[in-house]
Write a protein that binds this ligand. Structure first.
Ligand SMILES: CC/C=C\CC(=O)SCCNC(=O)CCNC(=O)[C@H](O)C(C)(C)COP(=O)(O)OP(=O)(O)OC[C@H]1O[C@@H](n2cnc3c(N)ncnc32)[C@H](O)[C@@H]1OP(=O)(O)O
Length: 718
């Protein structure tokens, strides 16, 4: 709703009220329509200020309402009516003015903001465009070039930047509403024509067409199949080339197409998934709301390889002091050069309000005795990690939280060698750890609510999307990746090339196909994990089966040939040299694949992109269903957030579990059955019981899956 009050000096104050972000729900829109009418009719009112309750102007349209029928007054005529009012209307912006919130402010005659306010038109991130006149008013206010940037990226900007661009008329460090009230009194009675943005011409550079073509090409390349950024450019072309009314028609038509697209639904689902995962819970009933984490001010990181360095930077960026330990002198010397530079770069990029914490480098594990939390980030080797944990248990106090950055090892085994297993949790970062948004917080069976809450809070402080997951091999992300990678290798055995597999996946929307990705991270990484699992290495027979299941030794053989990927200049592709970035097809790989197939009596066949996608993606999704069944993830949103934020799953496809729902669960089941029939020695293709149960239950939408997940789970940890 919106409240109305009359202040001394003939000012009407309209306050939007819809906590927590004063989203423009039907009730709020109705409230605005009613209160604006009241101000208009009240002869004692000469001017109007619109603000939001609790220091937040408006977070935009109420996204939850998008799923249902449109009720209440529409935004477009409501904003037109405000713009047409003949008494000055000022938007007093505190907190946020986003999406429809900023569009509402653009319909006002003046905009005044607090210096800490954030403004933006983030609709593109929800698969939409600013269709309450935003694509037509903003470019008329700040020019086409700046509007293209803001609308196609959806980025939030500071009040200072908004002032510079001309979106704001004034910025204040004190109360924005008070300033707006004073200001509107001072302009009462002045002509408003030039303040009505819809009546202005759109300032454009001389060569509009070439600018729009250039931006369109950039957007298409960046968006990897997403529709909304393209529609934003089309709407801005209309703003630059058509009269306002026709521009608005174009905006409306484009919005209608986007609104009904699966992509908008997927992106809105992704928005809410990101928020759902913050609300973790454990089977004990402990959850985000009833558990208190510790506030960490001093932490340590053990191991300063690539991951450890990134973690040190991520921690220091929160302002805490960090002890960075590396026992190998050469690695320590390199890290103590590299880490401060990384920290400086990242702090500069983020323009931080808090100065970074102090980092102390040491080769002595004893130096972590005073810290409150330790993150072990040594090599992915259980014996080594156990050794470090035993050592930590003797060095640290019994109240120190001990975390491991393992990517899939048993957290409970590590907890067992410490004095306080309840204070042990996994913190699985993704490389580069100071940049990547995802953090898997691994809750072992003995992890206390306090330990989980501390790790989740710390993740949030580091700006991560933290997802609580159960303790199973590979946790959630890597466990699902395994069948995906496995299928990619099988496809090579059967006749595909690395390029064909990568192109199908990149066409789907992944930034990189599996083989390009493997070359980037290094083939030795997976090889070492497989060696640890006894699947490869000296003494292991190079056959195509392991424990009665199909196995492809292809990646082991490529790695053992010294082809480690980009770092050696050769992997699944060839590069210009060690460290090269541009992947080119390598005749060596094709000859190698032919020889491999001949050696194993395999006849190459032509494989369509559809089969590549089905086999890789459905195998991954199927494992997601198994994970849900075992309660290693609390819900499909958790798996989807992990894949969107950590594994490059295209956001406009929502995440693997959401995608399964969009494809149709029946179809996924049928194709898995088909592929399992053709490959009975691949257990990962055998459809999950949960998937079968969901299909038998009428394929409910993803939000209803929880009702079908077996309550008597064997391993329930979440
Ligand atoms: C004709 C079409 C015209 C216009 C289209 C639009 O306006 S689309 C909407 C555009 N607006 C946005 O995209 C803003 C989305 N919100 C945010 O970016 C952040 O929520 C915000 C406002 C920066 C606040 O961040 P903060 O970290 O403080 O809170 P959090 O994100 O956890 O949100 C708190 C709860 O509010 C819910 N919420 C936020 N925005 C909206 C919204 N626009 N509609 C509905 N609900 C919203 C969010 O889900 C959280 O809910 P909870 O139940 O507590 O998890």
């Amino acid at each position: 709703m919106a409240t109305y009050s009359r202040l001394p000096g003939s000012v009407a104050l309209i306050t939007l009220q819809n906590p927590p972000v004063n989203a423009l729900s039907a009730a709020v829109r109705q409230g605005i329509v009613d209160t604006v009418q009241r101000a208009l009719k009240d002869p004692k009112v000469t001017s109007v200020v619109i603000c939001g309750q609790n220091g937040r102007f408006c977070g935009g349209a109420d996204i939850r309402e998008f799923a249902g029928p449109m009720l209440g007054p529409p935004l477009v005529p409501m904003i037109h009516a405000i713009e047409a009012v003949d008494k000055p209307v000022v938007a007093a912006i505190e907190g946020v003015a986003l999406g429809g919130g900023l569009e509402l402010a653009l319909g006002c005659h003046y905009r005044i903001a607090h210096s800490k306010a954030l403004l933006g038109l983030p609709e593109v991130t929800l698969g939409l465009l600013p269709a309450a006149g935003g694509t037509q008013r903003l470019p008329r206010l700040i020019g086409l070039t700046a509007a293209l940037d803001l609308i196609t990226t959806g980025r939030h900007i500071s009040a200072a930047e908004a002032l510079k661009l001309g979106i704001l008329d004034q910025v204040t460090d004190s109360n924005a509403v008070d300033l707006a009230v004073d200001f509107v009194r001072s302009v009462a009675g002045q002509p408003l024509d030039s303040r009505r943005l819809s009546t202005l011409a759109c300032p454009c550079p001389p060569d509009v067409d070439s600018l729009l073509d250039k931006v369109m090409a950039q957007v298409r390349q960046r968006s990897r199949g997403a529709l909304a950024p393209v529609a934003c450019v089309q709407a801005l072309r209309a703003a630059a080339t058509l009269p306002y009314t026709q521009g608005m028609e174009k905006e409306r038509d484009l919005m209608a197409t986007l609104f009904n697209s699966g992509q908008a639904r997927a992106l809105q689902y992704a928005f809410f998934s990101q928020r759902v995962v913050g609300k973790w819970s454990l089977p004990s009933g402990a959850n985000w709301n009833n558990s208190t984490g510790r506030t960490i001010s001093k932490a340590a990181v053990i191991g300063l390889g690539t991951m450890g360095r990134g973690i040190v930077v991520a921690l220091a960026l929160t302002g805490m002091s960090v002890v960075a330990v590396e026992t190998q002198e050469k690695q320590l010397a390199e890290a103590s050069q590299a880490v401060p530079a990384m920290l400086q770069r990242e702090a500069g990029r983020r323009s931080l309000a808090t100065p970074p914490g102090v980092i102390t480098f040491s080769s002595n594990l004893q130096d972590v005795s005073e810290v409150e939390l330790v993150i072990e980030a040594v090599f992915e080797n259980m014996a080594l990690k156990l050794q470090v944990f035993r050592h930590l248990a003797s060095v640290c106090g019994p109240g120190t939280l001990l975390c491991s950055n393992t990517s899939g090892l048993d957290m409970d085994q590590l907890a067992a060698v410490t004095k306080s297993p309840a204070l042990v949790v996994g913190m699985h970062f993704f490389a580069p750890a100071h940049v990547m948004k995802l953090l898997e917080v691994v809750c072992g069976p003995r992890s206390s609510p306090e330990a989980v809450a501390t790790a989740m809070q710390l993740g949030k402080r580091m700006g991560k999307v933290s997802v609580a997951v159960g303790n199973c091999p590979g946790f959630v992300g890597n466990r699902m990746l395994k069948p995906y990678l496995e299928q990619a290798n099988f496809l090579l055995e059967e006749g595909a090339t690395p390029q064909q597999v990568d192109e199908a996946l990149e066409e789907f929307g992944f930034p990189m196909g599996v083989f390009r990705m493997s070359d980037l991270s290094g083939l030795d990484v997976g090889w070492r994990i497989r060696k640890e699992a006894g699947l490869t290495g000296p003494g292991v027979e190079p056959s195509r089966t392991r424990q009665g299941r199909r196995y492809s030794p292809l990646p082991d053989q490529v790695c053992e040939a010294g082809r480690l990927g980009q770092k050696t200049g050769r992997g699944w592709y060839q590069y210009d040299g060690p460290g090269g970035r541009v992947a080119r097809s390598d005749p060596w790989v094709h000859i190698f694949l032919e020889a491999y197939r001949a050696q194993h009596g395999l006849v190459a066949r032509s494989i369509a992109p559809e089969e590549i996608l089905e086999r890789c993606l459905y195998a991954l999704i199927n494992e997601g269903f198994n994970i849900l069944q075992e309660a290693m993830a609390a819900g499909p949103e958790h798996i989807d957030a992990i894949y969107v934020f950590g594994y490059g799953w295209p956001r406009h496809r929502g995440g693997p579990m959401f995608h399964a729902g969009q494809v149709g669960l029946g179809r996924v089941l049928e194709r898995l059955e088909h592929h399992h029939h053709n490959h009975p020695d691949v257990p990962h293709l055998e459809p999950s019981t949960l998937l079968r149960r969901l299909v038998a239950g009428g394929s409910p939408p993803v939000q209803k899956w929880r009702e079908f997940i077996n309550k008597d789970r064997v391993h329930s940890q979440l």
